[in-house]
Structure formats: C-alpha cells, structure tokens
Design a protein around this ligand. Structure first.
Ligand code: NAI
Length: 232
C-alpha cells in the first residue's frame, strides 16, 4: 500500500498557476523542507504558527500561501505532516522524477554534478555536455562528458528530458538555450550571468550568486532592521 492511498488528498481546488504569486511558490519549497525534516523526526502534526516559527515566514502568509491550494489542515489541529508533505510535493510536481542535463562541465557544472542533493529531490542528471575536446570523454562522477555536438541528437533520441542546466560562459549561453528550446526542453536553469531570451512556454530561471552578494553588500552598507531571507 502506498502512502498516497493511506493519506488521501484533501485538496479540492484545481491549481491555476496564473493566480499564484511566484513568491508563494518559492515559500512552498521552504515549507516542504521543514515538513520533510519533521516527518523524518516522526513529528505527526504542525500548526501554521509552528510552520511559521520553523520557516521564519509570517503565519498569516503561511496560511495565505496554503489556502491557494484548498484546505488541507484541520482547525485547532493544524496539518498532518504526511498529508502536508504529499500535498506540497504534488503541488510542486515533485512526486515524479525530472530528467535533467548539464551543459558546461567546467568548475560550476562539475560542482553541480558532484552535489548529490538534487537526486534526493527527484532531479536526475542524465547526461553532461561540453565543447572542450580536452574535457570530452572525461568522467565526472558516473557521467562521461559528451560533445555538445551530440546534444541535439541526444535530445531527439532521449525522451522525457525536462530540464536543461546551462553552465557555460555568457558568450555561449543563448546558443545553448536556443538548442534546448528547439529540442523541446521546457525548463531551463541558467547560471551564466546574462538574461536569456526564451519563448513564453519555456520555464526559465536564472541564478546569480553575485546578485545575492550585492544585496548583502547593500544592507551592510546601509544597515536596516530588514532581515534577508525572512519573508514578510
Ligand atoms: P568554466 O570556464 O570553468 O566552465 C565553462 C565550461 O563551459 C567549460 O568547460 C567550457 O568548455 C564549456 N563551454 C563553453 N562553450 C560551450 C558550448 N558552446 N557548449 C558546451 N560547453 C561549452 O566556467 P565556470 O566557472 O564553470 O562558470 C560557468 C558559467 O557559470 C559562467 O557563465 C559563469 O559566469 C557562471 N557562474 C555563475 C555563478 C552563479 O552564481 N550563477 C557562479 C559561478 C559561475
């Protein structure tokens, strides 16, 4: 018997992603981390006040965020941890595996591949590509770095790759994004510090650690009571 059949979904509302703020989605992942940790510790219930305390997210926001998806808590009792965990995973599309590829096997690409945490969360790296003849054929973990010239063929012949991670220099990033998009990749995580153009049906996210350092720099330079990372 699967956990799903033990814990039926209480969620009634269909999800309309256009109506849900991006900030809510980013907080859902924080709720999920806390709930998974408490589940491992054998905790069975959590109130929105406790979830607020654990995540440092205002309890009004916690309730508002979860209310977008219907009612799966019980007044006075809070949320059953396994129910909340399963609902959050289902909402975030994490109750299935996401096959992922990495393009660019330099310092960053290799670090991402060495990090096993993505695997635990259901993001399976399927292949790694680079353009440098010195790197092609070398191993990173269990992956043999493949030539980027084989990328298109790989995508045409390998079904269900849903996410492409771009870890190439700025000069190559748009070219790689175009290649991914042309071959039906619908999710792109870009590390190159450049805004890429992708069609509206492609889900695109860019990560730039420098931006976070610059924000820290701002608040160090102009001290404030604002606490970074503490949602309001
Ligand atoms: P790196 O120079 O060590 O690695 C880049 C790799 O991309 C090299 O192996 C190179 O051969 C490969 N490459 C170049 N053109 C390619 C193409 N057309 N197709 C396939 N592979 C290609 O650089 P590093 O440090 O790994 O950084 C990679 C990218 O990530 C850069 O754009 C860098 O600015 C960015 N970066 C972003 C960070 C962030 O916080 N978002 C942090 C660190 C790096």
């Amino acid at each position: 018997m699967t956990l799903k059949s033990v814990v039926p979904s209480k969620r009634k509302k269909p999800i309309d992603s256009d109506q849900i703020p991006y900030s809510t989605i980013s907080r859902l992942t924080q709720y999920l981390r806390v709930v998974e940790k408490l589940d491992e510790l054998g905790v069975s219930n959590i109130s929105s006040a406790e979830l607020s305390e654990e995540t440092k997210i205002n309890s009004f926001l916690v309730r508002k965020d979860l209310s977008y998806f219907g009612e799966f808590g019980t007044r006075g009792v809070g949320y059953e941890i396994p129910v909340l965990r399963d609902e959050l995973k289902s909402i975030l599309g994490l109750n299935r595996k996401h096959k992922t590829i990495v393009v660019g096997a330099g310092n960053l690409g290799r670090a991402l591949i060495h990090y096993r945490g993505f695997l635990d969360k259901g993001f399976e790296i399927e292949a790694v590509f680079d353009s440098d003849p010195e790197k092609i054929g070398n191993k990173v973990e269990e992956f043999t770095i493949e030539s980027v010239f084989n990328l298109e063929e790989f995508l045409k012949t390998t079904p269900d790759i849903s996410i492409g991670i771009i870890a190439v220099p700025v000069a190559s990033a748009q070219f790689i994004a175009n290649l991914l998009v042309a071959n039906n990749i619908r999710g792109i995580l870009n590390f190159a510090p450049v805004a890429l153009e992708v069609p509206p049906d492609v889900v695109y996210s860019s990560v730039d650690l420098t931006t976070h350092l610059e924000i820290i720099s701002f608040y160090i330079t102009h001290p404030t009571s604002y606490k970074m990372g503490y949602a309001e």
